[in-house]
Write a protein that binds this ligand. Structure first.
Ligand code: ATP
Ligand code: MG
Ligand code: MG
Ligand code: MG
Length: 476
């Protein structure tokens, strides 16, 4: 089943169950504490908090999400995109646990001919928060799941929050077992690469305060009403239904890999390291297009820096694969062609999207060539002094001033028959990181102003906020 179809079936299923379809909000919300929208519920926060009365009791959406925390996972795990579509159904003080389990179960397990996804019920597992006996009983009653396929998990996995103050609650998650050839027995608790998480059902009933992290925060108390918030990963369902090996090989992402194969003359699937690069290109090209479409431009901090980093990783990965000519224009064109059916705005706005992406590619290629000069002179002086090793501080300057990733420096050094003082480099990086962390920490403990969500809802969820605002003081 094609990804566009998975998305459509989700909306149809919940519309039939009385949910009002709500369009995806922009990836960029004007909240300095939230870099990008990372879940479907974000645009509904004021309804959950009881600050606004929703115009409907039930809603359904497919929300564009970006999770920068998953950048390092891309291409390495089977299941993390930086951009993905979160399909969700929401109840604002209407139905609760029992109904939501039934709704999800029906969509997942109904035969394809009847509008469902046709997953084999025998391969589905569920989890519940530690003391949530009620949810466990519901899984047995409504879905007929046996005890062995229900697991209890703690705060980190089964207590959901946005990562910042706002609504939160215990959750129950749905996993699909890919089979013993993909990993260890023992359910999601044992192996999340074999048992793939597809859907999170959140029983949104409390409000969280500040705290130091995802799993460490205070619960301020109950929300005015009990709500339901769910998030199903559209790309994860596509990965499983299309029986490919990961989220990068689905119908919407794999065509970029094919383009990268063509431009580099290499074949995907022959070498692990190269495959990770192919997947990084495909994932990041899509995220970059979606971010630019929502008004982000490359910059040196906040949102702009995330975009810059994604675009540079594409250029670098393509270069390391052996593509010598500029390739950005091709990658973003393929993304437009695959994504346009669900996001027609990409076609109208394409000239601008392409020029932003290609402009950054050009700038980085220039950077690469001036950085290469610095590299050459460092290499020459090392050789002239009879040494074999480029200093950590040179590698750091190359990284910090010229945007040279360390693996690029390492590769160039190896080509010149030299080594790099990687420990020295890492020490300097760690020092820089702890300075940045101290900064971020200071910002995190600044007061979070939830009124932005109120304004957001008042303004209407789909309104575009303009380019100037987006360059403001967003934090990483
Ligand atoms: P994981 O444990 O796999 O990282 P998660 O627990 O962080 O996922 P949730 O916050 O529960 O994910 O989000 C709801 C759903 O969104 C997940 O069940 C999954 O299907 C999907 N999802 C989450 N992160 C990603 C991602 N990086 N790429 C694709 N889909 C994702
Ligand atoms: Mg995650
Ligand atoms: Mg999880
Ligand atoms: Mg989850």
């Amino acid at each position: 089943m094609q990804t566009h179809e998975i998305r459509r079936r989700f909306l149809d299923h919940f519309e039939k169950l009385g949910h009002t379809p709500v369009p995806s909000a922009s990836l960029v919300l004007d909240d300095p504490n939230l870099l990008f929208i990372n879940a479907g519920m974000v645009q509904f926060v004021p309804y959950f908090l009881g600050q606004r009365t929703p115009p409907f009791d039930r809603a359904v959406s497919v929300q564009k999400c970006v999770r920068t925390g998953d950048i390092e996972n891309v291409g390495v795990t089977t299941r993390h995109n930086t951009f993905f579509q979160m399909a969700g159904n929401f109840s604002f003080g209407d139905y609760f646990k029992r109904e939501v389990v039934g709704f999800a179960w029906t969509l997942l397990t109904s035969p394809v001919e009847e509008g469902g996804y046709g997953f084999d019920p025998e391969r589905i597992w569920a989890t519940a928060y530690l003391d949530d006996d009620e949810a466990i009983q519901i899984w047995k009653d409504v879905a007929g799941l046996p005890d062995e396929r229900i697991q209890r998990r703690g705060m980190a996995d089964n207590y959901w929050s946005m990562g910042i103050p706002g609504p939160c609650g215990p959750c129950s998650e749905i996993y699909y077992d890919r089979g013993p050839e993909y990993g260890r027995d023992g359910g999601p608790e044992a192996d999340e690469d074999r048992y793939i998480e597809i859907w999170n059902l959140v029983f949104m009933q409390n409000e969280r305060g500040q705290g130091t992290g995802k799993d460490d925060f205070e619960i301020l108390g109950p929300l005015p009403r009990k709500n339901i918030d769910t998030g199903m990963g559209v790309e994860r369902v596509a990965f499983l239904l299309q029986e490919v090996d990961n989220v990068y090989e689905t119908d919407l992402v794999r065509p970029v890999i094919t383009e990268a194969e063509r431009l580099s003359g290499r074949t995907y699937g022959e070498n692990h390291e190269a495959d990770v690069r192919f997947r990084v290109i495909a994932d990041h090209a899509r995220t970059a297009v979606m971010l630019i479409a929502d008004g982000v431009t490359p910059g040196n901090d906040g949102r702009g820096y995330v975009l810059r980093r994604l675009l540079r990783r594409i250029v670098r990965s393509a270069r390391l694969l052996g593509a010598t000519d500029p390739s950005m224009s091709r990658f973003v064109t393929v993304v437009r062609d695959t994504m346009a059916e669900s996001y027609p705005e990409l076609v109208e706005d394409f000239a601008r999207i392409e020029s932003v992406a290609v402009g950054e590619e050009r700038a980085f290629l220039t950077t690469l060539s001036s950085g290469s000069k610095l590299f050459e002179s460092a290499a020459q002086s090392v050789t002239a002094a009879g040494g074999k090793r480029i200093g950590g501080s040179e590698a750091f300057v190359l990284h910090d001033t010229y945007g040279f990733p360390i693996d690029l420096t390492l590769e160039m050094a190896a080509e010149a028959g030299l080594e790099v003082d990687e420990d020295g480099f890492r020490t300097l990086m760690a020092e820089q990181r702890s300075r940045a962390k101290a900064d971020a920490q200071a910002r995190k403990h600044a007061h979070t102003d939830l009124s932005v969500y109120k304004e957001f809802v008042d303004r209407g969820p789909t309104e575009f906020t303009g380019f100037d605002e987006l360059d403001s003081e967003a934090t990483v």
